[in-house]
Design a binder for this molecule. Structure first.
Ligand code: TYC
Length: 101
């Protein structure tokens, strides 16, 4: 019995946890120029002119618009960069992040 190999009785579940995802949300305001919103969306969120214009217009009309979904680190970094840029130009433009259900 010295060379007997005992196998584990429990089987490890081959499960990979998916990272939680976070939405970046663009909020409307009455002061930031439309063109600046589009420029930030193109530069920070790598959108085309058409995509950026569509997202800007939805936020303008409805009050808010989901820009994109990322892992927490990326969502918070991009929202922070966009907010810092807006503040540096004295615009009240705001991006928030929200955990996806
Ligand atoms: N409402 C702004 C204006 O009329 C434009 C704007 C659009 C600002 C979307 C923010 O998230 C925004 N100048």
């Amino acid at each position: 019995m010295q060379d007997t190999v005992t196998l584990p009785k429990t089987k490890a579940k081959p499960r990979t946890e998916r990272p939680k995802l976070y939405k970046v949300i663009l909020l409307n305001d009455d002061f930031t120029p439309r063109e600046f919103v589009v420029t930030v969306l193109k530069s920070v969120f790598r959108m085309t002119e058409g995509e950026a214009y569509g997202v800007m217009l939805t936020a303008h009309r409805k009050g808010a618009c989901v820009v994109a979904v990322y892992t927490r680190e990326v969502a918070e970094t991009k929202a922070g960069m966009a907010n810092d840029w807006a503040r540096s130009q004295d615009y009240p433009l705001a991006f928030t992040t929200e955990r996806e259900e």
